[in-house]
Unconditional design. Structure first.
Length: 285
């Protein structure tokens, strides 16, 4: 497994800058939902969610990704008021305790705006600004970094027989088109991160092929984020349930580090801190 050079970028945050590329960054996942595929509502209550946030930060998370709506396959959208109720008090509480960069995982402009006001720094939109026309305006007005992810359809429909004529060229073209759209709406290209969307409208074969050639996404000249943690394709390959997928996730993330991926979105930060330390040491040898 040859390693690919990783470009270094600097993103502007409200309180300074975030350097991306000198080492692999870890984004700790905090799902404040009753129906997450991975943690099944374990952190749905405010107190348990705040404890988990503290644990992720203590374990070495570089970014905390807070989401109040499940995007698992076949999931339904949550009402705006409910999503706000789940995430805003938590973001406010974390911001009072820590300066860690916080990303809000949402497709709704109102949720993103309120999250920014509560202390979030980054917008993580799995729809790549497609589901809510106001999302680009929020990002531009706040000057926030934006993560644009590739997905076919919606979480409810994305796994209904996904097919591609040319897997990489279609996904790369989609991401470049969404970058251009964001720029046309006054979002700075320098503030954009791209995500190939592992598991979002992809078959097992699609996911494996993407992971094998992640270095191709550097042609977009933007930081690359990968979110493969504990996903179903890992369980399919290993024939295991979601509680037994950390080793499989580590193998995927090792390929990502070798390919020069900048950010890994993970559930178990402590475990993957060791993976990134070892992977970065080998890649930089």
């Amino acid at each position: 497994m040859a390693s690919c050079p990783r470009p270094v970028y600097r993103l502007k945050l409200g309180a300074g800058t975030l350097e991306i590329g000198s080492r692999t960054l870890l984004m700790g996942i905090l799902n404040v939902t009753p129906d997450s595929f991975s943690d099944g509502g374990r952190f749905f209550g405010f107190e348990t969610a705040l404890r988990q946030a503290r644990d992720l930060i203590a374990a070495g998370a570089d970014i905390l990704d807070v989401g109040g709506e499940s995007t698992r396959p076949y999931s339904e959208s949550a009402p705006v008021d409910e999503e706000l109720r789940r995430v805003i008090p938590l973001i406010e509480a974390v911001r009072r305790e820590s300066a860690i960069p916080i990303s809000i995982d949402t497709t709704k402009a109102e949720v993103a705006q309120r999250a920014m006001e509560a202390g979030a720094d980054i917008i993580n939109d799995v729809s790549a600004l497609q589901f809510d026309d106001g999302m680009a305006d929020v990002a531009a007005r706040c000057g926030a970094p934006v993560i644009l992810m590739h997905m076919r359809g919606t979480p409810r429909t994305m796994q209904e027989a996904p097919a591609y004529s040319s897997l990489f060229s279609e996904i790369i073209a989609f991401l470049e088109k969404r970058i251009q759209y964001a720029v046309s709406r006054s979002v700075a290209r320098e503030q954009i991160i791209v995500d190939p969307g592992i598991g979002f409208g992809k078959t097992l074969d699609h996911n494996l092929r993407l992971i094998r050639r992640l270095e191709l996404f550097h042609c977009l000249d933007r930081p690359v984020l990968l979110g493969a943690s504990r996903k179903r394709f890992i369980g399919t390959v290993l024939d295991c349930d979601v509680t037994e997928r950390e080793t499989g996730t580590a193998v995927v993330n090792s390929f990502a580090i070798a390919a020069g991926v900048h950010i890994l979105r993970v559930h178990d930060v402590a475990f993957h801190r060791q993976v990134t330390l070892m992977g970065d040491a080998i890649a930089g040898a």
